[in-house]
Design a protein around this ligand. Structure first.
Ligand code: NAI
Ligand code: MG
Length: 370
């Protein structure tokens, strides 16, 4: 049996607990097969934690997040907490996790499974077989740069400022993640910036080229971020890993995501720096979607984004590539067989609830490992 893997499970609000429950069943499946043992600690986060403890995340939970191997996060938020004081809002717990764990590398895969080709708004021949990774810098750039906010000039003019700023180290570490990822994929990196009009763009271009020299075996390209947005729609197959700053990454990752169909299908991972001794990275895995209050409690949520996030945890935190492949294969097969939650329903398919989707996933795992 593989060594124990510890994980902090934070289901959160709305559909968070519903989709997490299906992942817990899949964890149970792996344990029953003795492929791996999970040491699970679970805690409330977001609105659920505010209701129980008056804060969006507890200090003891933060401590666990910092010491366990990985964090698996559902989703937080909902109208119930719209009027909660800002520092206790459900999102505050999520932002605290990202900040304190220094999760600077946000991985957003955009994979088009064969069964979902027709769900994309793009032509089937453009998206069929698509498998790209958008790597977004998550802890710096214009969302955090100072000065920020309103200023009043001497003549009384009011202006508002955001500041785009990057240090060399911040660019180096995200670029290294990009090249290491590419080595495990199709060996190609594009770095997207605006070196034609932004000083930080020139810096990104220069520093990424320096890092590229450490990885002579990986194909490397610079691309202007606006052109990248166009090329993603025109011919996304030219890309493997796209690395970019916080702002462009926010936009390009949403664009890439939508090529694949539904929010309910999209996983993500956020990684921190490697530990200098063990090489292990702090990491959090979460679906891209939110708590979906409009369908919460109705058994309608698609658990696949959460499941694929768990798959990324197996791959990136536990180095269990084979198990991660199994999870992805099971999801693909179930979709190929035509089982669909409402968000991805297509003509001729069989509608299933969240739990039924879980049943089919477990049956499929049994089948492909029999
Ligand atoms: P959302 O992602 O929760 O929902 C958008 C739409 O997609 C809804 O119609 C929803 O029903 C559908 N949807 C999302 N996930 C689905 C799934 N797994 N299966 C089937 N359908 C799914 O985004 P929205 O509505 O903007 O936000 C709702 C709440 O979630 C807000 O309180 C927001 O702040 C929070 N939120 C939390 C995030 C997080 O925890 N990381 C991320 C985004 C939003
Ligand atoms: Mg966004």
């Amino acid at each position: 049996m593989a060594a124990n893997k510890s994980v902090l499970v934070l289901p959160g609000d709305g559909i968070g607990p519903e989709v997490m429950e299906q992942v817990r069943r899949v964890m149970g499946w792996f344990e029953a097969k003795e492929a791996v043992r999970f040491e699970v600690e679970e805690a409330p986060v977001g609105g659920a934690c505010y209701d129980a403890h008056g804060v969006s995340i507890q200090e003891e939970t933060m401590e666990k997040a910092l010491t366990l191997d990985a964090v698996l996060f559902g989703a937080v938020g909902g109208p119930k907490w719209d009027n909660v004081p800002r520092e206790h809002r459900p999102e505050a717990g999520l932002l605290r996790l990202r900040k304190d764990l220094d999760l600077f590398a946000n991985l957003r895969p955009a994979v088009v499974m064969d069964a979902m080709v027709d769900a994309s708004t793009l032509k089937p021949e453009v998206v069929k077989g698509l498998d790209i990774m958008i790597l977004r810098e998550l802890t710096s750039g214009v969302y955090f740069g100072l000065p920020k906010g309103e200023q009043t000039l001497e003549d009384g003019t009011v202006r508002v400022v955001d500041t785009q700023a990057y240090t060399k180290d911040e660019i180096v570490r995200i670029c290294r993640v990009a090249f290491e990822l590419a080595r495990k994929r199709s060996n190609k990196v594009h770095c997207a910036e605006k070196s034609n009009v932004m000083e930080t763009g020139v810096f990104w271009r220069q520093v990424s080229a320096e890092v590229a020299k450490e990885y002579p075996d990986v194909e490397f390209h610079h691309i202007l971020a606006d052109n990248c947005a166009m090329q993603l729609i025109r011919n996304p197959h030219q890309f493997d890993v796209i690395v970019t700053d916080n702002l462009f990454g926010d936009i390009l990752s949403d664009e890439a995501a939508m090529m694949t169909g539904s929010l309910g299908m999209l996983p993500s991972a956020s990684l921190g720096a490697p530990d200098p001794v063990t090489g292990a990275r702090k990491a959090m895995y979460e679906p891209v979607h939110g708590s979906a209050p409009d369908i919460a409690g109705q058994g309608k949520a698609n658990p696949i984004a959460m499941l694929l996030s768990f798959g990324m945890m197996l791959r990136y935190s536990y180095d269990l590539g084979r198990e991660a492949d199994l999870v992805e294969q099971a999801a693909q097969n179930v979709l190929n067989e035509g089982f669909r939650t409402a968000d991805i329903m297509q003509d001729g398919c069989t509608p299933v609830s969240t739990e039924e989707m879980g049943n089919h996933l477990l049956a499929e795992l049994d089948r492909i490992t029999a």
